[in-house]
Write a protein that binds this ligand. Structure first.
Ligand SMILES: Nc1ccn([C@@H]2O[C@H](COP(=O)(O)OP(=O)(O)OP(=O)(O)O)[C@@H](O)[C@H]2O)c(=O)n1
Ligand SMILES: C[C@](O)(CO)[C@H](O)COP(=O)(O)O
Length: 251
């Protein structure tokens, strides 16, 4: 979709984490897969999307200069700011940096740790934002998922009703701003994603769910890095084969 609203979209790449579960000794978004830092893959996905006007990177403290150097070649990367101690604090930092933007601005929040988000997933998120104020990206669950309390199964939602959320998550800026205003005033705020903040603090706002992709994995644990390297090589090979078949496509 290329429309008036979509052309003004701002993509926020959240890279404020330290990668404790991966345990590489430095933020995982700076590690390379397919010969390129994970963060650069994520920025490139939005920089190359025709409906994204701007990419804002939120980086872990102590690594802002490194991220700025990495973002410099991307035409739409307009800023690299320091994140907070939690993912929600990093989102809040991005919202503060976008304080002068109109409420109807479409904004996409994406995990830097998801390097293989593709054009189709971004398209679906932006298209759904045309008639929703909040959009999530999800994929079906292949495992049975249960809620456990005190070591016992407490709830067993039907698997067919469950999806696993990915990013990007898209919002009208005014909606996510309002949700965060309420959330930041709550001393008990705990959230693992931005749709969760909208769901909790603005329960009347419907959150549209669109189809994600199994390739849009989040590099979280060491095994994910192995899979990410494999996917990066597979993508490079496919691109090379397509270019060989139709050289005009690479122009
Ligand atoms: N304070 C934080 C924490 C996380 N993130 C970002 O949110 C995304 C998803 O978070 P996660 O996978 O948990 O990354 P880390 O926090 O780095 O990982 P860990 O929890 O293992 O430390 C990542 O791109 C991460 O950089 C962020 O911007 N600011
Ligand atoms: C936003 C997210 O990627 C959706 O699955 C996820 O909740 C991030 O969680 P993390 O613990 O910050 O990786």
């Amino acid at each position: 979709m290329t429309g008036d609203t979509a052309t003004r979209a701002v993509a926020v790449v959240l890279a404020g984490g330290v990668g404790a579960r991966l345990g590489a000794g430095r933020p995982k978004q700076l590690l390379e897969v397919g010969g390129r830092p994970i963060l650069a893959h994520a920025i490139a996905a939005f920089d190359g999307h025709p409906d994204v006007a701007e990419v804002l990177v939120v980086m872990a403290a102590g690594h802002v200069r490194e991220a700025a150097a990495l973002a410099a070649p991307f035409r739409k990367a307009t800023g690299v700011i320091e994140g907070g101690a939690t993912r929600t604090a990093s989102t809040a930092a991005a919202l503060a940096a976008l304080a002068d933007r109109p409420d109807d601005t479409p904004v996409l929040f994406h995990d830097a740790a998801r390097p293989f988000v593709d054009r189709a997933v971004i398209d679906r998120t932006l298209a759904a934002l045309a008639d929703h104020d909040a959009v999530a990206v999800g994929v079906p669950c292949s495992d049975t998922v249960v809620a456990v309390r005190d070591g016992r199964v407490a709830d067993m939602p039907p698997r067919s009703s469950l999806v696993r959320f990915q990013t990007p998550q898209g919002f009208r800026l005014g909606t996510i701003r309002k949700a965060y205003e309420l959330a930041l005033a709550d001393p008990d705020l705990v959230a693992t994603d931005d749709c969760g903040v909208v769901h909790r603090y603005l329960p009347d706002v419907p959150i549209r769910v669109v189809e994600g992709s199994e390739r849009n994995l989040k590099v979280t644990h060491p095994l994910d890095l192995v899979l990410a390297e494999h996917l990066a090589q597979q993508t490079a090979q496919q691109t090379a084969e397509q270019t060989a078949a139709d050289p005009s496509e690479s122009a």
